[in-house]
Design a binder for this molecule. Sequence first.
Ligand SMILES: Nc1nc2c(c(=O)[nH]1)N[C@H]1C(S)=C(S)[C@@H](COP(=O)(O)O)O[C@H]1N2
Ligand SMILES: [Mo]
Length: 252
Amino acid sequence: MLKPKKIQLLDDTALKQLPMPSRRLFMQRALSLGGLSLLSGCALSDEESVEHALMKVSQFNDRVQAWLFDPERMAPTYAEAMMTRPFPFNAYYGREDIPEVDAEEYRLEISGLVADKHAWTLEELYKLPQTSQVTRLICVEGWSAIGKWGGVTFSTFLKHIGADLSAKYVGFKCEDDYFTSIDMATALHAQTLLAFTYDGQTLPPEYGYPLRLRMPTKLGYKNPKHITAIFVSNTNPGGYWEDQGYNWFGGC
Ligand SMILES: Nc1nc2c(c(=O)[nH]1)N[C@H]1C(S)=C(S)[C@@H](COP(=O)(O)O)O[C@H]1N2
Ligand SMILES: [Mo]
């Protein structure tokens, strides 16, 4: 079995750039991922904060996070001038293995608790109403970066395909072997985007061509790239990292 990559907290500078509530939440949530092993790295500065963090870890689980999640609360957005250049690439493999997707052959499969299960071509997807956002992607491996993604608001897409919006989960399968899933409340959040573009251009291969999910309310690993299938379900579909110990809710 593959071992999860080593989990690190954001470095001090990155942490300080986060607004205080996100900073606190990130600490709590990152700790829940890494557990006690993190603390041996002296990531926390004093005993009080260690104890505080430990207490938070013990209180922590998906249900609490789901309960904490406020569908009305917006993640910070940024000026385009603040975009991180170049934007980092990250995957469970190196650049040499970035999937190549053929635009003509591509179909987005839809299944599960959905009325309209027809598979989408890229041309059809591009006709959906488009919006964009400049937000921060936070990866548990210890970096965060600001980028601009464009596409269709995911709730618009879910309504369009007649998804059962009272179902619990939305699952994603990708062109590589990646997969992940999210709670319906996050799927319907106003900043959850089915993205086709990065920085105003067609999504480059490394950032998830032809289609990725972008959610500033979730950690990086919950943002699937190269999506080939979307399904709605009442059974938790898990995820590539989630099944190896990363926290499933993965909020930030
Ligand atoms: N298909 C796929 N999606 C993925 C991953 C992956 O390995 N495969 N890695 C995830 C992780 S851990 C992060 S941090 C982000 C990185 O996105 P980026 O390459 O645009 O920075 O993609 C996420 N989505
Ligand atoms: Mo990540």
